[in-house]
Design a protein around this ligand. Sequence first.
Ligand SMILES: Cc1ncc(COP(=O)(O)O)c(C=O)c1O
Length: 394
Amino acid sequence: MTPQEVARFRAETRGTQHVLHFNNAGSSLTPDCVHDAVVGHLEREREIGGYEAKAEASAAIDSFYAEAAGLIGAAPDEIAYVENATRAWDMAFYSLPLGAGDVILTAAAEYSSNYLAYLQIAKRKGVVVRIVPDDASGQTDVAALRRMIDGRTRLISITHIPTHGGLVNPPAEIGQVARAHGIPYLLDACQSVGQLQVDVRAIGCDMLSATGRKFLRGPRGTGFLYVKRDLANRMDPVFVDLHSADWTADDAYELAPAARRFENWECYYAGKLGLAEAMRYARSIGMDRIEARVLALGAVLRRQLAACPGMTLTDTGEMRCGIVTFVAAGRAAAEVHARLRQQAINVSVSSGERARFDLLRRGYRDVVRASLHYYNTEDEILRFCTAIRSLNRD
Ligand SMILES: Cc1ncc(COP(=O)(O)O)c(C=O)c1O
């Protein structure tokens, strides 16, 4: 990516004039075209009515499916629009026919909401949850995963990139194990879609959840679910409504084909349009180029933070992404966050209690999370590290 291109992406992102935004794992700054798509649709809703605005924009709204499918190497009918990654993941997870004694294999760095869902299903149905240990680098140990599979394993469910660190789990290696044993594989790709190249066929996952507002730079309150067509057509969705099913006789209904059965009737159309625009924008830049720049910027920030007195980096894994986590000696993460915010520098805090098998086990109550995107710059990294060093002066 040339400096001229980065300058253009920044010129197309109004927020870059106001903040140093290293909170892309929370919610990215949206490009102006995404903002305009959302606001433009809301204006039409105000002017002609919500249903009428939807009819008028139906081609652009429906382009959402082709954009999402193109982004992750799926087919459009394998995509469901869902309001966020958690509900997308839930729609897949809670629709799986798990019963007493069935085993779910997951990873130590699993997203906390997913783990809460495992606990709920364990309590309700007697499903057993087992955590695959990490290898020496801190990523999911694929050999251990292979050894843990037995006749009761019904699901492999892994978070690609955790919310609380730079780790990138090896999704395709895990996919090979899942394929070899014919076990359904659910991938939480909330932090990776929009940051890294993600191809569901290459990964070999059966279900994948993603969100709009993070690295995809879409609107808040948007997300999507991918479910492989033949699996989707065999699944009984946890909820049905008049969008996901047809009422075909007094006592009968027919489920909508493929991923549509995981959607619901009412949705945030301005957001769907905005997310389609965000994905178009990302694809026009190229996910390979976005990935290369994000990884490179992440490495620069890690290197420079490591040279700042009192800072300890907390990321693990063989491959590390644009999420950079650290602790500052003698200061709570919340204090670092607040001090940076006073200087219009945005980061966030990840809590150990929400990463019990990872951060807490490693002795961290919380960490500062700085997460970079391709529109961030080396200059911003320098300014960021200057601000971090200045914490030590008072
Ligand atoms: C790894 C991971 N999975 C899932 C989610 C949930 O995404 P959403 O807030 O869109 O439901 C997050 C949010 O931080 C996340 O980091």
